[in-house]
Design a protein around this ligand. Structure first.
Ligand code: ZN
Length: 184
């Protein structure tokens, strides 16, 4: 596989988002690997996002799914001892808004602690559920757009204290692995 070089924050985040969308189409069709159609979706979306002819979808869909799924831990599915978990930790400016809050059981919540979502997942050697990752990525993109970081060189972000770590955001979403995940 070709190793991609990213110069700006925008390139890194949009590539991740386009890959996530590609993964989503594969999971929906129960594919064990990516086929040409999936790659086409990715390439079209990435190009469109970079030249501003396409947009990252709003968090509305994610909110709708959250309501439909009901009260369950977003990480392990447990229905007991639920609390609200901040995706962006409060300590780093995470807000008490619906976009930033998901259900988590007490066990997952305390294991995650003050860690950023991806930092926590990496420490457990796990990959988050697609839906959680999508929400997280949207929050990161929204944050970078608001703070005008999208066109900044990646190095600039590494120097700042942010609610996420740009280097932890996944770029590849392996198709066979994703088959075990629930999309809807
Ligand atoms: Zn849990």
């Amino acid at each position: 596989m070709i190793k991609r070089e990213f110069k700006t924050v925008k390139e890194r985040l949009f590539w991740s988002y386009a890959n996530l969308a590609m993964a989503h189409t594969a999971v929906e069709k129960n594919q064990e690997k990516y086929i040409k159609f999936n790659y086409m979706i990715r390439s079209k979306l990435y190009k469109g996002l970079c030249n501003n002819t396409m947009n990252v979808r709003t968090l509305f869909d994610d909110e709708k799914i959250k309501l439909l799924l009901g009260q369950k831990c977003s990480y392990c599915g447990s229905e007991e001892n639920l609390a609200l978990d901040h995706i962006f930790p409060k300590k780093y400016g995470g807000k008490d808004t619906g976009d930033n809050l998901i259900y988590a059981c007490r066990k997952c919540n305390s294991s995650k602690g003050k860690k950023d979502l991806m930092e926590w997942m990496i420490s457990k050697e796990q990959f988050p559920a697609l839906l959680i990752l999508r929400r997280y990525l949207k929050l990161v993109i929204e944050f970078c757009e608001k703070e005008n970081y999208m066109n900044s060189p990646l190095e600039d972000l590494r120097k700042l204290e942010l609610p996420f770590n740009i280097d932890f955001i996944p770029i590849d979403y392996p198709a066979p692995y994703l088959l075990n995940m629930t999309v809807k």
